[in-house]
Design a protein around this ligand. Structure first.
Ligand code: MN
Length: 491
């Protein structure tokens, strides 16, 4: 999957070495960009944009990069020494994600052939340090990747960084439709929408539930029939209540129409505000999430937006991503698991088996009918849960590594999708760390986005990032959180 968006590869040099050297650099850079583009670990084309020798050349490329929507970011490398004062005006103007790929054209030092001509041409080992200094001195967000350009490890890093940059570009245009407000009195789903738009670009606004109901009433029988058939083609049906399924079809069509009209890729609703609706959208929200829309329950617009962004970042990957909620724990020592679920809305992209449509009574909220929902088990595998919280003056992104297992119980009377996971080093320690950070009960669970990708994303966005895993030490974590508080107050 190579998309139409691209990354620009810009090489640093200077006039000192003569035209022959510059011609060779040019040829090699082109070859490298093409080879990297063709590699399966790299999700976007890498386009060589020239070798920079002057301030003006560097500024010109950066201005173009800022202006070109198709350019998702800049990858730089210094084949020779490129004095970094040449780069200051360009890098201070750069508005796109920036990666410094400290690589080398040759993998080995050529024992017999190495001479002073070779030394003049191949200077990345010190050239990239000069380049790295100016990045540090300017204190601009940057990804530093080091390694031979054909090796798997640096290419994997580059691929993940590209995906994070793709998520950043998506954020700049992301609109979130809120149908109703946040659940009453809940703190963690709140947040500063102005600060969020400044940092992420997310446009978070509200739409009346009444407008959604009006749209639902205008959905035709043919549209419902088409949507119903679509459900039957994707999911098993384990209910006689066809009407309830069709009601969800009506809801899905109406929500989708409004989202598409607004240009929104994410939405929220709340069981506390369903005036004129007979069911909380369950199957409807689940099926929309499977199409890439972000969803947040109880008005949680942060988790909705993040769910969509992660789905975009991980496009074409085989895992799955959903809004999730830690529901309940299994606590016997050595059998510690978290059971994730929601009252209805978990994305079927997590499913390990074919989801089935069921209808059950839902006591919470204003449901007249039994809402249809998809029920399934999440597949086993490594995954992450992520939570974005507003600390007042800054956003904090918390990411925890988890291992999803096949649920250890059948839970035949649990009428919702369920995902069960293990935590490292053990559940109580991991949950303690999560709570110390202020992580929410709602998360984005993803089999595809790992902590590296999130860290790159957080750096590009200029927000705080906390990664929790089996190696996290609680004392270090407390210190990190305390120092972060000081640091972010000074900004
Ligand atoms: Mn919830």
């Amino acid at each position: 999957m190579k998309r139409e968006k691209e990354f620009w590869f810009v090489v640093g040099s200077q006039f000192l070495y003569g035209n022959d050297v510059l011609d060779t650099i040019d040829k090699r850079a082109k070859e490298m960009a093409e080879w990297i583009s063709d590699n399966e670990l790299i999700p976007f084309p890498v386009v060589y944009k020239g070798t920079v020798k002057t301030v003006d050349e560097a500024v010109k490329i950066v201005k173009d990069a800022n202006y070109q929507e198709d350019c998702l970011g800049l990858i730089t490398w210094c084949h020779t020494f490129s004095p970094s004062k040449l780069w200051i005006n360009a890098l201070t103007a750069l508005q796109k994600p920036y990666c410094h790929f400290a690589t080398q054209y040759n993998e080995k030092i050529p024992d017999k052939e190495i001479d002073m001509d070779f030394m003049n041409l191949n200077q990345a080992a010190h050239g990239d340090r000069e380049h790295g200094f100016i990045g540090a001195r300017l204190r601009i967000p940057r990804k530093v990747i080091v390694g031979f350009w054909k090796n798997e490890k640096p290419l994997k890093e580059l691929g993940k960084w590209m995906r994070a940059a793709y998520g950043v570009a998506e954020c700049r245009n992301l609109k979130v439709c809120r149908f109703g407000d946040n659940m009453r009195d809940v703190a963690v789903t709140e947040g500063d929408k102005v600060e969020t738009q400044i940092k992420f670009g997310w446009q978070v606004n509200t739409w009346a539930v009444g407008d959604l109901v009006k749209e639902m009433n205008n959905v035709s029988d043919e549209e419902i029939e088409r949507q119903y058939k679509d459900y039957l083609s994707k999911y098993d049906v384990a209910t006689d209540n066809e009407e309830s399924i069709k009601y969800q079809a009506r809801e899905e069509i109406a929500i989708k129409k409004i989202l598409d009209r607004v240009g929104a890729k994410a939405f929220t609703n709340t069981f506390e505000d369903l005036y004129g609706m007979k069911q909380l959208p369950g199957l409807a929200s689940q099926d929309l999430m499977a199409q890439g829309y972000g969803f947040g329950a109880e008005g949680d617009w942060k988790v909705s937006a993040l769910t969509h962004v992660v789905k975009v970042m991980t496009e074409g990957m085989s895992g799955g991503t959903s809004m999730m909620e830690d529901y309940t724990y299994n606590l016997p020592v050595d059998e510690e698991y978290s059971l994730g679920a929601h009252m209805l809305e978990v994305c079927p992209s997590l499913a390990g088996d074919k989801p089935r449509i069921e209808t059950h009574h839902l006591g919470i909220g204003m449901n007249e009918d039994d809402p249809a929902r998809l029920v399934f088990e999440g597949k086993a595998g490594k995954a992450t849960v992520a939570s974005l919280i507003d600390m007042g003056g800054r956003m904090r992104l918390i990411v925890q590594d988890i291992e999803v297992v096949k649920p250890i119980y059948e839970m035949p009377n649990l009428p919702v999708a369920r995902v069960m996971w293990k935590l490292k080093p053990d559940l109580p320690t991991a949950v303690k760390m999560w709570i110390l950070c202020g992580g929410a009960h709602h998360t984005v669970l993803s089999y595809d986005a790992d902590a590296d990708m999130y860290e790159d994303f957080a750096e590009m966005m200029g927000i705080e990032f906390v990664h929790l895993n089996g190696d996290t030490d609680i004392s270090d974590l407390k210190l990190q959180l305390m120092l972060s508080d000081f640091a972010w107050k000074l900004r």
